[in-house]
Design a protein around this ligand. Structure first.
Ligand code: HAM
Length: 431
C-alpha cells in the first residue's frame, strides 16, 4: 500500500521551494531594517500554555489542537500559533526589563486540526512579529506599518486592512458587563456556542456566523460605543499614526478575533483574491498575556502573523511569483578522458561563485546541450582535445547562440563579462 501525506498537509516541492526561499529572504531583510531579532521556540509545548492564553472556548483550543500524551503521560500540543510560546519564552528566560522594548520575529510551521480547504491547512506556516514592552500606540503603528511594508515589499500593494479596538485589559470586565446587559434578553434565542461565549468571553459573540445570531448582532452597538475614554484615546492615536503614514484601513466596529488574549487594537489584513479564507494576516495588542502567564510586571505587547501559504496563493493568482534562478554554466563533457579535468574546472568555477551544472549521466554532447537548454543554463563551456592543446576553452552564450574561443587563463573575466557578474577567485557580487 502506498503511504501518502497526511490530510491537510502538503509537500513544498523543489519547483516551488525557491518562492519560499525568496519570501523568507525578503522578510528577513525587511525585519532587519525595522531592527527585529529572530526567535525560535519549540514546535510543541505543554497543552496548558495554549489553553491558558488562546482561551479554552475558542475554536482553536476546543476543536483544533493537535494534542497528545507523551511517554510519561504529559499532555503536549503542536503549536497552533507563535505568540503564546514567545510570551512563555520571555518569562522563562527573564528577558523582560522595565523600559526595554524587545522586537522579535519568527518564521515556521503551525498546526491546527481544521477542515482542509483552499487556504486552510492543518500544517501551515506563519511569519510573525511581536513588539514586547510598550503599551504606547506608537508600537501598534510600528506593527501595522511593518505589515503594510511587508506586503509592498513582496509586490502586494492592494492588501486591505480592517481594524478595531476591544478595550484594555483593565476596562474589559466593565465592557463585558455592559455587553452582557444588552444581550441578556436575547441570549436564550442564540446558538449554544454563543451561550458559552456569553459566559466566557462575551465579545466573541460578535464573531458568530449563525443566521439567527447574526440578526441579534446587527442590533448590537459597535464595540467603539462601549469603549472607555483611555481606550478611545489610544485607538485615535493609532488611526492618526496610520493616516500620517498613508496606510489605508477600514474601521470595523464589530471586528473581534478568534484568540482570547487580545486587548485594545486588533487588525486583519485581507485580500479580495482569496474568497472565503480571505485573511492574509492578523494581529493585535495583548497587554494582559504576560501577567496571565505569571510575569511579575505589566507588559504591553503587540504583534501579528502572516499566513505564508495564503500570501503565496495570492501572488500566484496575480502571476507575480519570482522566477527560479538557473545555472550560470553548463560544462559539456567532450571526451571521457577529459572528465577529471572538467571536474577540476567545475570545482574552480564553483569556488569562484558561479553556479555550474553538468551531466551526471555522461551522455553524448547532443544530449548534454539539450539538457543545458532545458535547465536554462546561461553559458555552455566546452573543452575538447583541440582546445586543451591550445590552452583555450569554447564558451557558448546559450541565450544569444553566440560562440567564442577564449584563453583558459581569461575564462573568469570572460564569464563575468557575459553574465554581468563580478566574480573573483572567491565570492560573487551581481552588478
Ligand atoms: P491568526 O489570525 O490565528 O493569528 O493567524 C494569522 C494568519 O495565519 C491568518 O490570517 C491566516 O493567514 C493564517 N492561518 C491561520 N490558520 C490557518 C490555516 N489553518 N491554514 C492556513 N493559514 C492559516 C495568530 O496566529 C496570532 N498569533 C497573530 C498574532 C501575533 N497576534 C499577536 N501577535
Amino acid at each position: 500500500m502506498k503511504i501518502q501525506s497526511t490530510r491537510g498537509t502538503y509537500d513544498i516541492l523543489p519547483d516551488t521551494c525557491h518562492v519560499w526561499g525568496w519570501l523568507e529572504a525578503t522578510t528577513r531583510d525587511l525585519f532587519r531594517r525595522f531592527n527585529f531579532k529572530e526567535i525560535r521556540t519549540p514546535v510543541f509545548e505543554k497543552t496548558e500554555l495554549f489553553m491558558r492564553t488562546i482561551g479554552e472556548e475558542t475554536d482553536i483550543v476546543s476543536k483544533e489542537m493537535y494534542s497528545f500524551l507523551d511517554r510519561k503521560n504529559r499532555s503536549l500540543t503542536l503549536r497552533p500559533e507563535g505568540t503564546a510560546s514567545i510570551v512563555r519564552s520571555f518569562i522563562e528566560h527573564k528577558l523582560l526589563q522595565e523600559n526595554v522594548v524587545n522586537k522579535v520575529f519568527y518564521i515556521g510551521p503551525m498546526f491546527r486540526y481544521e477542515r482542509p480547504q483552499a487556504g486552510r491547512q492543518r500544517q501551515f506556516h506563519q511569519l510573525g512579529v511581536e513588539i514586547i514592552g510598550s503599551d504606547n500606540a506608537v508600537a501598534d503603528i510600528e506593527a501595522i506599518s511593518l505589515l503594510k511594508s511587508f506586503f509592498e515589499e513582496i509586490g502586494l500593494d492592494d492588501v486591505k486592512f480592517r481594524i478595531n479596538s476591544t478595550g484594555s485589559f483593565e476596562s474589559r470586565p466593565r465592557l463585558s458587563k455592559t455587553l452582557k446587559g444588552i444581550l441578556a434578553s436575547h441570549i436564550q434565542d442564540m446558538c449554544a456556542d454563543c451561550r458559552i461565549r456569553y459566559e466566557k468571553n462575551v465579545l466573541r459573540v460578535y464573531d458568530c456566523k449563525v443566521k439567527g445570531c447574526q440578526d441579534v448582532i446587527q442590533t448590537l452597538p459597535g464595540i467603539n460605543e462601549l469603549l472607555e475614554k483611555d481606550d478611545i484615546i489610544h485607538f485615535t492615536e493609532v488611526t492618526k499614526g496610520l493616516d500620517a503614514l498613508g496606510i489605508k484601513y477600514k474601521i470595523d466596529n464589530k471586528l473581534v478575533r478568534g484568540l482570547d488574549y487580545y486587548t485594545r487594537t486588533i487588525f486583519e489584513a485581507y485580500s479580495d483574491k482569496l474568497g472565503a479564507c480571505d485573511a492574509l494576516a492578523g494581529g493585535g495588542r495583548y497587554d494582559g498575556l504576560f501577567q496571565e502567564l505569571g510575569a511579575s510586571m505589566n507588559v504591553g505587547a503587540v504583534g501579528f502573523a502572516v499566513g505564508i501559504e495564503r500570501v503565496i496563493n495570492v501572488l500566484n493568482t496575480l502571476n507575480n511569483l519570482p522566477a527560479e534562478s538557473t545555472p550560470d554554466i553548463f560544462m559539456i563533457g567532450s571526451a571521457a578522458e577529459n572528465s577529471v579535468l572538467n571536474l577540476e574546472l567545475i570545482q574552480k568555477l564553483r569556488k569562484s561563485g558561479f553556479s555550474v551544472e553538468f551531466d551526471l549521466l555522461s551522455r553524448n554532447m547532443k544530449l548534454q546541450f539539450r539538457l543545458a537548454s532545458k535547465i536554462k543554463a546561461k553559458v555552455a563551456l566546452i573543452q575538447g582535445e583541440e582546445e586543451l592543446k591550445n590552452n583555450k576553452i569554447k564558451l557558448k552564450n546559450l541565450a544569444l547562440h553566440e560562440e567564442i574561443l577564449c584563453d583558459s587563463d581569461n575564462l573568469i573575466n570572460k564569464l563575468n563579462e557575459i553574465l554581468k557578474y563580478n566574480c573573483k577567485e572567491e565570492g560573487k557580487d551581481e552588478v
